[in-house]
Design a binder for this molecule. Structure first.
Ligand SMILES: Cc1cc2nc3c(=O)[nH]c(=O)nc-3n(C[C@H](O)[C@H](O)[C@H](O)COP(=O)(O)OP(=O)(O)OC[C@H]3O[C@@H](n4cnc5c(N)ncnc54)[C@H](O)[C@@H]3O)c2cc1C
Ligand code: FES
Length: 287
């Protein structure tokens, strides 16, 4: 993914509840904003300085504002929920790590807040005559944003998991997959893993975006030395250097936690640097 070195000063125009624990924000500054395509996200720089990524979930044809929707989970999303109209924020991007390509057929699969990048894709299809379907799952209907913005026809399958008691498996989500369909998925890690496993059997193309880091598979433990204090930190096989560092230094900066934004990069004593959210090696950190 290419970095977008562009800081847009924007103002929060509107904050709107969209579902339990989810608000949408309308961000604008009275000018035309850079264009974007379905699947794009922005970096939102909050008044506290925290930076997080949020998918654009409005209409790409409307260039006077950006719309994002945020589920309240931790510190930064809590700060987003407390924003009020008139607050100034900085936006970087938009950039696309989840490009929407091809002519269909498409199967869209969204889990909860994962509907945000999928919604503009569905809208693009709904107006184009493409062959598509959407499966949208969540803990309950009340927790699922934008139900009222989805096309009201049988190509849309809403599946609140509480009705069935267990989260949908990959096979259930793929039930009725049109032949040759490309799958676009955004949702929790088990949903993405289930789809990838089941699609490996059919060899269908799958495109996905993660909002949170994937589980560490086949990790090796390693040791970090903090040069200035001499402190030694052992990183176990199933955790990241960032996770371990945050325990002793809660203010350690991070953003995407998937290795692409560079926020967590720390210089090392050998003259290189380490993205501590993903890099795994014994090193002396210049901290
Ligand atoms: C490309 C991209 C697009 C994103 N788009 C959106 C979006 O449209 N809307 C949105 O609400 N978030 C989105 N996110 C996630 C967002 O950037 C933040 O990670 C999220 O708001 C949590 O930040 P926090 O500081 O509140 O929580 P933190 O304190 O950083 O994290 C708290 C814990 O929650 C976990 N977590 C993070 N996101 C989720 C999640 N969705 N479900 C369950 N657990 C999670 C983390 O792994 C962590 O353990 C996106 C992330 C990426 C990388
Ligand atoms: S937090 Fe984005 S690269 Fe590490």
């Amino acid at each position: 993914m290419r970095a977008v070195d562009r800081n847009l000063p924007l103002v929060v125009e509107d904050v709107r509840p969209e579902a339990e624990g989810v608000v949408s924000l309308r961000l604008a500054n009275g000018t035309s904003l850079p264009s974007w395509r379905p699947g794009a996200h922005i970096d939102l720089v909050l008044p506290s300085g925290l930076v997080r990524q949020y998918s654009l979930c409005g209409d790409p044809a409307e260039n006077t504002h950006y719309r994002i929707a945020v589920r309240k989970i931790g510190v930064a999303s809590g700060e987003v929920h407390a924003l009020t109209p008139g607050t100034r924020v900085t936006v970087r991007g938009p950039r696309t790590a989840f490009p929407f390509v091809g002519g269909g057929p498409f199967l869209f699969v969204a889990g909860g807040i994962g509907i945000t990048p999928i919604l503009p894709m569905v809208r693009a299809c709904a107006g184009s005559g493409a062959d598509w379907r959407l499966v949208y799952t969540g803990r309950s209907r009340a927790s699922m944003p934008f139900l009222d913005e989805l096309p009201g026809d049988d190509r849309v399958r809403i599946r609140p998991d509480t009705e069935y008691g267990i989260p949908a498996s990959g096979a259930e989500l793929l039930d009725g997959l049109p032949a040759g369909a490309a799958v676009y998925c955004c949702g929790p890690a088990p949903m993405i893993t289930g789809l990838r496993v089941d699609l490996a059997l059919t060899r269908g193309p799958v495109h996905f975006e993660r909002f949170a880091p994937p589980p560490i598979v086949d990790g090796e433990p390693f040791r970090l030395t903090l040069r200035r204090s001499g402190q030694l930190l052992d990183v176990p096989a199933d955790r990241t250097a960032l996770d371990v560092l945050l325990e002793t230094r809660p203010g350690t900066p991070y953003s995407c936690r998937q290795g692409f934004c560079g926020t967590c990069a720390v210089p090392t004593a050998d003259g290189s640097s380490m993205r501590i959210c993903v890099d795994r090696r014994t090193a002396v950190l210049d901290l």
